[in-house]
Design a protein around this ligand. Sequence first.
Ligand SMILES: Cc1cc2nc3c(=O)[nH]c(=O)nc-3n(C[C@H](O)[C@H](O)[C@H](O)COP(=O)(O)OP(=O)(O)OC[C@H]3O[C@@H](n4cnc5c(N)ncnc54)[C@H](O)[C@@H]3O)c2cc1C
Length: 284
Amino acid sequence: MKYLRNEPLSRHTSFKIGGPANYFCLPKSIGNIKEVLSFARQNKLKIAVIGAGSNLLAPDQGFSGLVIKIGQGLAWVKAKGDRVSVGAGVGLARLVKLGGLEFLAGIPGSVGGAVVMNAGAWGEEIGKYVEQVTVLDGAGRVKEIKRKNLGFAYRKSKLQKSRFIVAEVVFKLDRIRQRVKQEKIKEYLAKRRARHPLDRPSCGSVFKNPRGLTAGALIEAAGCQGKRIGDAQVSKKHANFIVNLGGAKAADVIKLISIVQKAVNNKFKVLLEPELKTMVQSKL
Ligand SMILES: Cc1cc2nc3c(=O)[nH]c(=O)nc-3n(C[C@H](O)[C@H](O)[C@H](O)COP(=O)(O)OP(=O)(O)OC[C@H]3O[C@@H](n4cnc5c(N)ncnc54)[C@H](O)[C@@H]3O)c2cc1C
């Protein structure tokens, strides 16, 4: 296994923010992940797991341990009837091509990250289509977990607080009746282009929508749109996005998050809960 040293995490996050990881690797198989975990144990390294890094705020000081990126190496797609087994590193754009999951079009994550986050859009969520996941624990033991034990809820799953690494996901898709609906995909992508600031690095929605409300509308009404700390700015196009204008630091984003939370709480008595994950919340 090849370990990169002092790999900038800004290269692996959609925000383009993050200092160096002491060790960084891209396993290519479940066997590789076991090997990496054993290396981490032998060298007493803390570990963090990332996928496409599209919902992550990596610290400016980097990560003093081993970052395991579940990416292109774990990228198989095996279909058998209406069951499809997919490596956790498969990109959502490829998953969408299977048919039945068009709502994911335009979400820039990996299958593993999307299942951990229970990613969704347009009233749909990926968790609904998951039959089971294959995970590894810190000791490298492989285990399968059924959907009913994954605790899917709005942008939530039990995998978020666990120390498991997701290696494979089995989806149940009605492949007999489902065709890839290209028109739907085009429509969703067009809506995203119209609403989201896709020309700047970001992590998508920063906050979860409080029940019955939209975070973007609250942030706008609290007068935070366009607010800027360093090169981090509350997007003028979509108030629930923070964009990196070039040299934003994680510290700038954190300050801006806190300013927005305070403004919304003062005006509406609603505490916005972040949707984005920091590496500290990851698998340490
Ligand atoms: C422009 C833009 C638009 C977006 N739109 C949406 C949207 O409409 N809906 C939505 O839900 N999200 C959206 N997102 C957020 C993001 O794309 C999703 O949350 C995505 O599913 C995250 O996947 P990832 O692979 O990038 O995960 P990462 O950001 O790499 O990781 C997210 C979390 O999952 C953990 N994790 C990742 N992979 C694994 C693994 N294999 N095993 C164990 N833990 C893992 C990480 O430790 C971290 O805690 C958007 C982001 C951007 C930048």
